[in-house]
Design a protein around this ligand. Sequence first.
Ligand SMILES: *[C@@H]1O[C@H](CO)[C@@H](O)[C@H](O)[C@H]1NC(C)=O
Ligand SMILES: *[C@@H]1O[C@H](CO)[C@@H](O)[C@H](O)[C@H]1NC(C)=O
Ligand SMILES: *[C@@H]1O[C@H](CO)[C@@H](O)[C@H](O)[C@H]1NC(C)=O
Length: 485
Amino acid sequence: MFNLVFTILLVSGIPVNDGKEDAHKFPANFLFGASTSAYQIEGGNEKLYGKGENMWDFSIKKNPFIIANKSNAEISCDSYHKYRNDIELLKYLGVNFYRFSISWSRLLPDGYSNKVNTHAVRYYNDVINLLLMNGIEPMVTLHHKDLPQKLQEIGGWTNPYLAYYYEDYARIVFTYFGDRVKYWITFNEICVGYGGNIEPPFLNQPEHAGYLCRNVILLAHAKAYHLYDQVFRNIQRGQVGYLIEGRWLQSATEQPEDLKAAERARQFFFGLQGNAVFHPDGDFPEVMKRRIAEISKKQGYLRSRLPDLSKEEVTFIQGTYDFLAVNYYSTVLIKDSNTTKDDVGVDKFQNEEWKKSASEWLRVYPDGLRNILRWVKDTFDNPEVFITENGFSDHGELNDTDRVSYLKLHLEALLQAIYEDKIPVKGYSVWSLLDNFEWMAGYTEKFGLFHVNFNDPQRTRTTKLSAKWYKKVIAERTPSVVDYY
Ligand SMILES: *[C@@H]1O[C@H](CO)[C@@H](O)[C@H](O)[C@H]1NC(C)=O
Ligand SMILES: *[C@@H]1O[C@H](CO)[C@@H](O)[C@H](O)[C@H]1NC(C)=O
Ligand SMILES: *[C@@H]1O[C@H](CO)[C@@H](O)[C@H](O)[C@H]1NC(C)=O
C-alpha cells in the first residue's frame, strides 16, 4: 500500500489528504461490486424448474404489449443455466461482491411458506457456493419487484398481512442460505406500480396505495430485521441493510420557496422511505404527516390518507438497519407549485443540458450522488452506506465510452463524498453486470458491463469497454485510470 501511494505521488504529484490517504484512491477496505436482479437475468421459467408465477409473469402474459418490443423475461440472460459463466465474468472484473436477488416465487412457488421448491434451493446454493469459491462475497436482495402473483391477488403491498408472509419468506431464506451470505438487503424499489401506472400492478393511486405500500414495506422490513437479530445474527453474523431509491431532488432556483419545496420533496421521497428506519425519532417525517392530514381534511376524508404508524410500530421500526443501501442514477429539479394536485406541491423536471442516456428518466448529474449522501448523513444519523446501484443506459454499444464516462464521474463524486464530506461509504456496485430485461423497456435499454446477444440461443456474453475499464479501476482502486483502451 505504502509503495503504491508513494509511487503515484512521485509520478503525479497529487496532493495527499491529511498526509495519510490519497484522495484519488478508494480506501483499502472499500468494496467493489456488480449488481443484477433475479427477474431481469434468470429466465428458467420452464415448468420443470418449479418456479411459481409472479406478478410480472402474470401481467406480461395478460397483455404482452405492455413491454417495449413485446418482449418478456422467459429466458432473458438465461442466468439460471449460465450462472457459472456469469461468475467467470465477475471474477474477470475482480469484484469483491456480487449483488443479486432471490426470486420469491422460485423459492416459494405460491408465495406462502408451506411449499419450498428444491430446484430453487439447489440453484441459489450453487450460485452462492461458486461465488465463495471464487472469493466473491454474495450480497443478496431478498425481494426485488417480483412478488408472487398469489400474494399480489390479495392486495400485494397494500395488505398489512404481507409483512407476516415476508417474515416467513425471510426466515426460510436465512435458514437455507444465511450460513454463507453476510450481506442482506430487504427490498428494492417495490412501490412504483402502486403510486404510479407505469409498471405492474398498475394501481395508479399515489394518494392511497402509494402510501400503504411504503407503510407495509417498513413493517415487513422491520419484522425481517428483528427476526435476523433474534434468531440468526449470533450464529450467522451477517448484516441487514435497508435500501433507498435515491433520485436526488434539487431546488431549481435559489428562491427561498423553491429551496423549501425541494427539501419538502426530499422528505416526501427519501423521508417517506427511510425516516422511520434511520431518523433518531423514527416515524414518517413531520412535514408529510402535517401536510397530508391537512389536505385530506380539506378533501373531506375522515382520516389522513397517510397511514398512521402507532407508537409501538414507530419503536419497532426505528433503528432496524446495519447499513443504508442507496441506488443513484440521476437528479430531478424541483420548483414550488400551488397548482399540482399531489400532496407534495412541487413541479419536477430535468435540465435539458444534462447529457442524455437511452432511458428517458436518466440524465447525467454526478453531483447528485454526493448531494444525496450528504443529505442522508445529515438527516439520517450518519449510517454506513453501500451504493448498490449506479449505471448508465445506451443501446448496447461494445465501445461504450459514454458508460465509462458516467461511471468515472460518479466514482470521482464518491471519492469526494468519502474524503471531503467524511461519509462512511463501505462499497459501490455498478448496475449492471449484464445487459438484461429492463422491466417495461424490455431489451431496448442496456445497462450492462457485458453485452448479451438476446437473438442467440446461447445468450453469448461479450466484454464491453466499460468492463475492461472497471476491472482496471478495481485493480488500481481509482477511477483515474488512463490506458484502458
Ligand atoms: C399561486 O402562486 C402564485 C405565484 O406565487 C400566486 O400569484 C397565486 O395567487 C397562487 N394561487 C393560489 C391558488 O394560491
Ligand atoms: C470508441 O469510441 C471512441 C469515442 O467515440 C473513439 O475515439 C474510439 O476510437 C473508439 N474505439 C474503438 C475501438 O472503436
Ligand atoms: C425487437 O424484436 C425483434 C423481433 O423479436 C428483434 O429482432 C429485435 O432485435 C428487437 N429489438 C430490440 C431493440 O430489442
